[in-house]
Design a protein around this ligand. Structure first.
Ligand code: PGA
Length: 260
């Protein structure tokens, strides 16, 4: 049976990447996807903003623009203005991004981002025509206190705007904070249960939202990708560390292809 939702594998490069090696990695990724023939799942790379324009040029030259999308890692809630050091959603779109990650736990922790701010950023992303990848996830204390479902459900309903959200312009990433960059991913049963919870909650937040793609993120690597990607209600992965080198990212993409 054909899947209703196309899988999405997203690479979050965080604050890593210099021009020359980044261009070389992107060429490798474009060659891999080109050799595979058809694009069997969506792929998006979210590099630092400084690399969007050169990577778009790399993809265009390698014939990969249709198969690999680019995304930002954050945007401001305003479309322009006196906000030193920030980047606006229309700028990301202008630089070649089609997606933007919002509400990542590192932004929430490092910059005290609240659900209300994330919601305003989602609206800004939508005004610019970007697809927002909205991150939610509990920390270790919340999980141990048995509060994970409540925390994630609350973050979800508060981080999404009340109108204008569709399954086409939103992707949810469930990223348990304690699993990010730690090498310790959540257990399969916990991931499947949380994704089911998120999907039911989405269904209550708006008509058709249960069809949103829900990604898992947190120490996804070649060794666990196939198992995680085959779980119920998991529509893809948001990959940090393992997306930096195509040699490590490749088996994750291939795992998604293999279960198509
Ligand atoms: P990780 O990061 O894969 O390095 O754990 C995931 C993320 O933060 O998006």
């Amino acid at each position: 049976m054909a899947r209703i939702r196309r899988r999405l594998i997203a690479g979050n490069w965080k604050m890593h990447g210099r021009l020359k090696p980044a261009v070389a990695e992107m060429r490798r990724l474009a060659a891999l996807v080109r050799r595979a023939g058809r694009s069997r799942c969506d792929i998006v790379i979210c590099p630092p903003a400084s690399l969007l324009v050169p990577l778009r040029a790399t993809l265009a030259a390698a014939g990969g623009l249709r198969r690999i999308a680019l995304g930002g890692q954050d945007c401001h809630s305003a479309d322009a203005g006196a906000h030193t050091g920030d980047i606006a959603a229309p700028m990301l779109a202008d630089a070649g991004a089609r997606f933007v990650i919002l509400g990542h736990s590192e932004r929430r922790a490092d910059h005290a981002e609240t659900d209300a701010l994330v919601r305003a950023k989602v609206q800004a992303a939508h005004r610019a025509g970007l697809i927002a990848i909205v991150c939610v996830g509990e920390n270790l204390a919340e999980r141990e206190a048995g509060a994970a479902y409540r925390v994630v459900g609350r973050a979800l309903s508060r981080s999404l705007p009340a109108s204008g959200v569709t399954a086409a312009n939103i992707v949810i990433a469930y990223e348990p904070v304690w699993a990010i960059g730690t090498g310790r991913s959540a257990e399969s049963g916990d991931i499947a249960r949380m994704h089911g919870h998120i999907r039911r909650r989405l269904g209550r937040l708006g008509p058709g939202l249960e069809a949103c793609r829900i990604l898992y993120g947190g120490s996804v690597k070649p060794a666990n990708a196939a198992e995680i990607l085959s779980l119920a209600d998991v529509d893809g992965a948001l990959v940090g560390g393992a997306s930096l080198k195509i040699a490590e990212f490749r088996p994750i993409i291939e795992a998604a292809w293999a279960i198509e």
